[in-house]
Write a protein of this length. Structure first.
Length: 123
């Protein structure tokens, strides 16, 4: 009985853990600009870039700095997003559902969503 209960608990909890943004993620929508928040954004970006560099096997400072700067600029842009609802959906899709939660990716997909939401299929 205990094993069944434990297994049932795991089956409920594990999917929920994949619905949360990655550790250290700072939501641009709630960012207030404090020094502590700025430090958290920098740490998240640096950690994320380091992990991406390891996965790809790349190990050079110039690429890392370029990626970090791109993510920081994207974060700054996202803090003043004109469509908060669209950005919420993008964050949900790319952070909470799949692990593509870099700010540069979020900015790219946010801009694409804004652009494509104004289009319709035509012949």
């Amino acid at each position: 009985m205990k094993k069944t209960l434990g297994l049932a608990t795991l089956l409920i909890i594990l999917p929920l853990t994949s619905l949360a943004a990655p550790a250290g993620f700072v939501d641009p929508l709630t960012f207030k600009g404090s020094e502590a928040e700025k430090a958290s954004v920098i740490k998240y970006i640096q950690t994320r870039v380091q992990n991406e560099m390891k996965v790809t096997g790349m190990n050079n400072a110039s690429t890392a700095r370029m990626m970090e700067e791109s993510n920081l600029q994207a974060f700054k842009t996202l803090t003043s997003a004109e469509s908060k609802d669209t950005l919420k959906k993008v964050i949900d899709n790319y952070c909470n559902r799949i692990d593509m939660c870099g700010y540069a990716t979020l900015k790219l997909m946010y801009e694409k969503e804004l652009k494509d939401s104004k289009k319709s299929l035509s012949w």
